[in-house]
Design a protein around this ligand. Structure first.
Ligand code: DX5
Ligand code: ZN
Length: 222
């Protein structure tokens, strides 16, 4: 089944002093989802924001809020992310001792459930939770920072995930170093949901629509 291409700007690359206005701007510029990078300073070295900030900017857009939790023990705050207005919550496989339970919990909260895999993490663990999943995030950089280079070795991994997913209604997301130059390659490999930070928030407010359109056009060649 050919899935629609989803472009999800990562607000990590936005101007945090104007976060609400930045989210409204990428909404108007034609993005599909809003990607929220939550970092706890433990699972990854960097620290960003959590439920109170997400709640504060929720009214800036009606689009899908896609929370990517780069945190240890995500279970503790899942209800808070849902209450803050997240539509999807993605947890890292490496951070979950009881992934099956965590994914069920996310769905019970009324959110789409996602699992992210660091570049070195094998995909085998996904096999037994496929019926609990709405999204698989293949990290194409090591998480923690924006502006890193895309890891080419992730292309066959994306295809392996696509083969595993088969005809199931599961989105395949890529995140890290995505640009208009590699969007076609990741889409050809099997990704339908493209997160991009630096490549979308470059050039100032007036460039956002063009930046989104270029990535979408490249990914839609497939
Ligand atoms: C990395 C984050 C990404 C990142 C993407 O830890 O999960 O969402 O912000 O930024 P770029 O597109 O600049 O690599
Ligand atoms: Zn992310």
């Amino acid at each position: 089944m050919q899935k629609d291409i989803i472009i999800a700007p990562s607000i990590l690359a936005s101007d945090f002093s104007q976060l609400g206005a930045e989210i409204a701007a990428i909404d108007t510029a034609g993005c599909d989802h809003i990607h929220l990078d939550v970092m706890d300073g433990v699972f990854v070295p960097n620290l960003t924001f959590g439920p109170p900030i997400i709640k504060a900017v929720r009214s800036a857009s009606r689009k899908f809020f896609d929370a990517h939790l780069m945190v240890s023990n995500p279970d503790r705050l899942l209800a808070d992310y849902a209450a803050a207005g997240c539509d999807g919550i993605t947890v890292h496989m490496e951070a979950c001792d009881h992934l099956d339970r965590t994914l069920s919990h996310i769905r019970e909260l009324g959110c789409k459930a996602g699992v992210a895999l660091n570049p070195h993490t094998p995909i085998d663990g996904l096999r037994h939770v496929l019926d609990r999943l709405d999204l698989i995030l293949v990290m194409t950089v090591n998480p923690g920072f924006g502006g890193q280079s895309f890891i080419e070795a992730m292309l066959p991994k994306i295809t392996a995930v696509k083969d595993l997913v088969g005809s199931r209604d599961i989105s395949i997301q890529v995140d890290g170093g995505i640009t208009a130059d590699n969007a076609e390659a990741v889409a050809k490999a099997g990704a339908n949901n493209l997160v991009a930070g630096s490549a979308i928030f470059k050039g100032g407010l007036n460039a956002y629509a063009k930046n989104i359109a270029e990535i979408r056009a490249a990914a839609s060649v497939v």
